[in-house]
Write a protein that binds this ligand. Structure first.
Ligand code: DGL
Length: 270
């Protein structure tokens, strides 16, 4: 038994897709979330910068006395996991392995599409995992750098003409080529799930990096007897490195609950 909170971080709102999923699986757990809103987006930056940001995010999360950490960011998980594992005081996991594993289980025609930030796609992280587990599976990978700014600025509705246009721009090729499974390899992208799913059609399975990674960390805590014995609903505290109000508003819409009282400014060295 361990009553300390679970730490989750991302560059901004995206990791909330993991928070929402974890909340459903383990409602009694306390969670601390950090969104590095002062430095979002990460995915268009170089590898060394992403590693530096990821290490400072981890330092902040570790300072909150957490029992385990989820790097709920496809970009960080793709380029900085070895550094994070060496630096973390507690168990830490990312999103790539659990998500790619699920995609391999889901595909029927052996053709998987992968979408992520530019840094994630350039790293080849998801493709490497897939190829090392099944050489017969074909993949097509596409960077979608406009998705994160859309989400961070509150554009996520499947009816929104700007969202529709950007989704079509990025996903037409893989749709035409006939993928049957698409990895939402950035944790921001499940926020666009309805728009992406509507465009690709019902026969394409969308694999959500937020919820797959939440399941993974939940399994780790169960297997290692590290769940809390709290009988009440857990508390979620949110920290951001920039504008508290903007985050509270967008996050509240996404989570369908009012969270402004639980969002605080994180004092970290930027
Ligand atoms: N949610 C992050 C990811 O999963 C977004 C990265 C970014 O800030 O560009 O990749």
């Amino acid at each position: 038994m361990d009553n300390r909170p679970i730490g989750i971080f991302d560059s901004g709102l995206g990791g909330l897709t993991a928070v929402r999923a974890l909340r459903k699986i383990l409602p009694h757990e306390n969670i601390v979330y950090f969104g590095d809103t002062a430095r979002v987006p990460y995915g268009t930056r170089g590898v060394e910068t992403i590693k530096k940001f990821a290490l400072s995010d981890l330092k902040f999360i570790n300072s909150l006395d957490v029992k385990a950490v989820l790097a709920a960011c496809g970009t960080v998980s793709s380029v900085a996991m070895p550094e994070l594992k060496s630096a973390s005081e507690v168990y830490i996991t990312g999103v790539v392995e659990a998500t790619a594993k699920k995609a391999l289980e889901s595909t029927r025609n052996g053709f998987i599409g992968i979408i992520g930030t530019s840094a994630t796609i350039k790293s080849g992280s998801y493709v490497k995992y897939i190829n090392s587990h099944d050489t017969s599976v074909k993949t097509i990978a596409k960077a979608c750098p406009m998705f994160v700014p859309l989400v961070e600025n509150g554009y996520s509705s499947a009816e929104d003409p700007v969202v529709k246009l950007v989704v079509e721009e990025y996903l037409s090729e893989m749709k035409e080529l006939g993928v049957d499974t698409v990895i939402l390899g950035c944790t921001h992208y499940p926020i666009l799930r309805e728009a992406i799913g509507t465009f690709l059609g019902n026969n394409v399975v969308l694999v959500d990096s937020g919820s797959e990674s939440a399941s993974e960390i939940a399994s780790y805590l169960k297997e290692n007897n590290m769940l809390s014995d709290n009988n009440e609903n857990g508390i979620i505290e949110y920290y951001v490195s920039d504008n508290v109000e903007g985050f509270a508003e967008n996050a509240g819409v996404f989570l369908s609950e009012e969270i402004s009282g639980n969002v605080k400014k994180a004092h970290i060295d930027l």
